[in-house]
Ligand binder design. Sequence first.
Ligand code: ATP
Ligand code: MG
Length: 471
Amino acid sequence: MDVIPERLDFLRSETLPPAQLTEVFTNAGEELYLVGGSVRDAILDRPLEDYDFATSARPERVTELLEGWADTVYPVGAVFGTIAARKGEHIVEVTTFRSEVYREDSRKPRVVFADDIETDLSRRDFTVNAIALHLPELRAVDPHGGLVDLAAGRLRTPMDPEISFGDDPLRMLRLFRFKAMLGFEPDPVAVEAVRSMTDRLRIISAERVRDELSKLLLAAAPGEALAMIVATGLSTQFLPELDRLSMEQDPYQRHKDVLSHTFAVVDKTSRDLVLRLAALLHDIGKPDTREFGPDGVTFHHHEVVGARMARDRLRELRYPREVVDDVVRLVQLHLRPHTLKLGWTDSAVRRYVRDAGSLLDRLNELVRCDVTTANKAREGAIKTGLDELERRIAELSAREELARLRPPIDGNQVMAYLGIEPGPLVGEIMSLLLERRIDGGPYPVSEAFGVVREWATARGLDDPGAYHEEE
Ligand code: ATP
Ligand code: MG
């Protein structure tokens, strides 16, 4: 069975970077393998952004070898054995074989290097990420059945999941991130292990959790993976707001609870981090604002409460300030268009546009995706309302754009130039000047005075010799 795709053939040739890397390492008597996500994505025919290599060479030696070859060498992950380099437009990462990696957030951050690729592969997170291709001939080293799992679309840990997740609890979140990204099914044994040890995620740094969450959210349809994260209880460790949503009933939505509605909204929005985070968090204020009144359940001001909760949570997850601000604004504004029922005045439309600012398109999209009701009449009414709002925004901005148009000289200059008093004649010449601006775009002051002069001559007014334009 030859599963190695032709697109990796260039690695066998010696002319192209990063293929040249093989020569550099083999000439130095070191082993080099393509590994991990690069191998997985190449076989799945997914886009390859960078190349991950594993080598027998120790980091100091890797640095020397890369310095003799690359344009730039970055010792970014040197403590954990990874040296990155750029050659032309290619980024490569070369990591020394490892047997143990305890990261920054574990009790004793350190790394233990290994002498063979098999040991290295046994410490990786999932079998589909534990396939290596020996270079230059691309011979597959696959001790854990990764190729079979790749074909079956299955996520398994190379060793017992409890040991694997205990060694690095972030792998629990990566399990669901890869489910979302690759559409693969997590092995039930691994899911059980997650369920029994969710609290271990607590030791992982917010930054590592954030990066996995972001990658998960940018998958085509993250909803199912998110549902598993809540079902296993893993969310209690980094996004407990979601757990509370599953209890909320919302009679207006098709879904039996706010949580399923939330996942449906996430799946509908485009793959943009700010928009997806806003979709995920847009209703988290509901549990705290629920009230039962004569007309049923209400969630008054849940967008205000939710915006505040979103800010706290995103800060805790160490998202950059711009991301936090944008998501919070979207959560805060996501109900505004529904006041449409009351009728929109021009100033209400202007205020909406001003408050949304650069987020206007994303806000409109969020509001549209938020409609998941089963009631067709209601769905239609909301859609019509939103179409109307977008039409009003377009119309108003065109009108105001027009209102901002001015000819290059004003009425006072015209009066001074012609030596006339305010009156209908000034109005007549001003609309002539404005017409010209609308028809042909901006034109110079001298041309404007030319128009005034022509108009005055045609009208038989005295030659305005006493005045001259000021340039
Ligand atoms: P991506 O497409 O997001 O880059 P990836 O599989 O390349 O996916 P990385 O986080 O870049 O993921 O890691 C590269 C490889 O290193 C993985 O394929 C896996 O073999 C290994 N790896 C990464 N993180 C872990 C971890 N926490 N535990 C074990 N192995 C890991
Ligand atoms: Mg990678």
